[in-house]
Design a protein around this ligand. Structure first.
Ligand code: 13P
Length: 252
């Protein structure tokens, strides 16, 4: 499986900064051993998508509404993202689950809407530090997978036909500079693979599972070499084109 290195730009950047970052990523994208995806804010999706049109770098949103349109002030729908040039959308990020009280059921409805609009959903799962210390990491992730993923997630039922993507992001590793041990990452990714295979069969074997949480150029090679780690979802380091591209090079 060809690795995917995805940048989650979160709530960062002016129009000019987003354009500069997209341009620098585009310039360095040729010949890398990974596919690239960048996910700017809603405000920047259209301009970044037009700057990256015709390049090897895909563009995604960071969230979408479950409805295609309607009276939902402040929200953006999956068809709108598609229309603006996105091909992917991150869903159920822990910051959405925390800041906006998103439930597994809400994430599932959004993933259905994304697939119906032809977007590839990137659904985030991951335990808090308290849950890990209580020995609950696998149980939490199992529940999130069972309840956040729609039945068509493997692509068999989605109009888009593309398999969804999972991002395992331990909440306590996000933006902290701390990561699980390589053994713990490998164990969780193996566990996720088992759950996907049990639910989706052969399609689950082929679905990408990204690791996210303080991935940097210095630790990317070791993490990306682990079995069942099919790429990364990168926050802070994706805001520096040289670091993002170095992580992509480490996937080879
Ligand atoms: P950091 O890479 O900044 O830890 O963020 C990870 C993340 O949340 C990506 O979605």
């Amino acid at each position: 499986m060809r690795p995917l290195i995805a940048g989650n730009w979160k709530m960062h950047g002016s129009m000019a900064e987003a354009a500069a970052l997209a341009g620098a990523v585009r310039e360095g994208a040729a010949g890398l051993p990974a596919e690239l995806l960048v996910c700017p804010t809603f405000l920047h999706v259209a301009s970044v998508a037009s700057l990256l049109a015709g390049s090897a770098v895909a563009v995604g949103g960071q969230d979408c509404h479950a409805a295609a349109k309607g009276a939902h002030t402040g929200d953006v729908s999956a068809p709108m993202l598609r229309d603006a040039g996105a091909s992917h959308v991150i869903l159920g990020h822990s910051e959405r689950r925390t800041d906006h009280a998103e439930t597994d059921a809400a994430v599932r409805a959004k993933a259905e809407a994304a697939a119906a609009a032809g977007l590839v959903p990137v659904v985030c799962v991951g335990e808090t530090e308290a849950e890990r210390l209580a020995g609950q990491a696998e149980a939490v992730v199992a529940r999130q997978l069972a309840e956040s993923l729609p039945d068509g997630f493997a692509g068999t039922g989605a109009p888009a036909g593309a398999a969804g993507i999972i991002a395992y992001e331990p909440v306590w590793a996000i933006g902290t500079g701390r990561t699980p041990t390589e053994a713990d990452i490998g164990a969780l990714h193996g566990f996720i693979r088992e759950r996907l295979a049990a639910r989706f069969g052969a399609a689950g074997q082929g679905m990408r599972i990204l690791y996210g949480g303080s991935m940097k150029p210095g630790n990317a090679k070791a993490i990306l070499a682990l079995p069942n780690v099919d790429g990364g979802l990168v926050g802070g380091a994706s805001l520096v084109a040289a670091d993002f591209l170095a992580i992509a090079r480490a996937a080879g």
